[in-house]
Design a protein around this ligand. Structure first.
Ligand SMILES: [Zn+2]
Ligand SMILES: [Zn+2]
Length: 429
């Protein structure tokens, strides 16, 4: 029987209200005991004094690109990037090639993840067949094969009628719809946020209102049918407001924000001289939007932080701004960015950030983990708050390098990732 004892770390488990120097005993892939001076009883002992021990971080929004674009990322490289970024589980978006809209594809992903994955992979099934926005996929089959939610991420569901039916159908299986909110007629041919910066740069923008219109619509539809909607990568002040009002009415709405929408604005497009690593969808917004999103994160309107890890090849990014692919890699920078720019900056307490990355995402989709309570899966993220390092994309585990954060010096980094009681990654630098 394999046993592992983590000794002397600062254990933070928001689900149990714990923040103290404690030991953690892991047996057979499960948390056995958390307490002061736990006896070794033949376990392998890891001294973790000086490190923070947290429930494993869960990313609700990852693009692993396999099947179909293994030149950008594979399940093996993407999950290694997750482990190196402090995540013990990722939810895999279905916009692969082929789209994950049938049980056979879901099963293939689950099997590949079991064989090659450094961390847990929870597939997300498509809302509609081929993500075409018309016919619903077979949610029962997808759930049985392992899907934990449904999303047409990358594309909005343009039809309110289809979204209504999706929310009703997913409700029958008690699963959430993860919503990429973008009013398509307002976003046509846009490559950045619409505002003073897009005007100066002469680039076509999409207004923040185009996101908020869809958030409003789908909060209303979730209310109408009693379904569960989770707003992906929320980026606009008016969207925060729509979620806040929906929650106040008791609508089953949750939301996530990405680090890039918390720490960058559309000014980055100008400042970097059209660096295509500032191009994503939703686009980087205005400073007022950024501040509103941060306020929504602090007051509990936004439930969790998710990466929207979107690897692309150099060829897909080294083109004119309006032709470049949308998205950036995020798994290996998210935790350090949040430790430095939120906790280090005094904007969030550390236990609150840990909840945003563990207990809350687990609750949003009803996933295992998110706590160190005895009997829970032994998925843990260890942090070194004192470590200071520059973001170096050449050393990413991800197959791709597309990040706007290269060269940023950040304090506070993941130190170790444990999945099912085994060390999945350890900082060797
Ligand atoms: Zn999206
Ligand atoms: Zn996405």
């Amino acid at each position: 029987m394999s046993r592992l004892l983590l000794k002397g770390g600062r254990v933070i488990d928001p689900a149990q209200g714990l923040d103290a120097t404690l030991d953690v005993m892991i047996a057979e892939g499960t948390i056995e005991e958390v307490g002061p001076r736990v006896q070794g009883r033949g376990a392998q002992v890891l001294e973790v004094k000086g490190l923070v021990v947290c429930p494993g971080f869960i990313d609700l929004h990852t693009h692993l690109r396999e099947p179909g674009r293994e030149d950008k990322e594979t399940i093996a490289t993407g999950t290694r990037a997750a482990a190196a970024g402090g995540f013990t589980a990722v939810c895999a978006m279905p916009n692969t090639d082929p789209v994950n809209d049938t049980a056979g594809i879901t099963r293939a992903i689950v099997e590949r993840a079991r064989a090659d994955g450094a961390v847990r992979v929870y597939p997300i099934g498509a809302i509609t067949r081929g993500q075409q926005g018309e016919e619903l996929a077979e949610y029962g089959d997808l759930k049985e094969a392992g899907c934990v939610a449904f999303s047409d991420d990358g594309k909005p569901v343009a039809s309110a009628r289809v979204m209504r039916r999706a929310l009703e159908y997913a409700k029958a299986f008690d699963l959430a719809i993860i919503d990429h909110c973008e009013e398509p007629t307002l976003a046509e041919k846009a490559c950045m946020n619409e505002g003073p910066v897009s005007t100066v740069l002469g680039l076509r923008g999409q207004p923040a209102a185009g996101e908020a219109i869809m958030v409003e619509r789908d909060v209303l539809l979730a209310e109408l049918v009693g379904g569960r909607v989770h707003i992906a990568h929320l980026s606009a002040a008016a969207s925060v407001d729509a979620v806040r009002r929906g929650k106040a009415r008791g609508v089953r709405v949750t939301a996530e924000v990405t680090p890039h929408h918390l720490f960058l604005t559309d000014e980055a497009v100008r400042e970097t001289g059209y660096d295509t690593n500032t191009k994503m969808n939703p686009p980087l917004r205005s400073e007022a939007d950024r501040e509103a999103v941060l306020a929504g994160l602090r007051d509990g309107t936004i439930d969790c932080i998710a990466t929207d890890h979107a690897p692309h090849t150099v060829d897909d990014k080294k083109v004119e701004y309006d032709h470049a692919a949308n998205g950036i890699v995020g798994l290996e920078t998210a935790v350090a960015l949040c430790l430095d720019r939120l906790v280090g900056a005094g904007l969030l307490e550390l236990p609150y950030l840990v909840a945003l990355l563990s207990a809350n995402p687990a609750r949003v989709l009803g996933l295992p983990g998110g706590t160190l309570a005895p009997g829970s899966p032994a998925d843990l993220t260890l942090l070194d708050l004192a470590k200071k390092r520059q973001v170096d994309p050449t050393r990413f585990e991800s197959r791709s390098r597309n990040t706007p954060f290269g060269g940023w010096i950040l304090k506070g980094w993941p130190a170790m990732t444990i999945v099912a009681g085994r060390v999945a990654w350890k900082d060797a630098r």
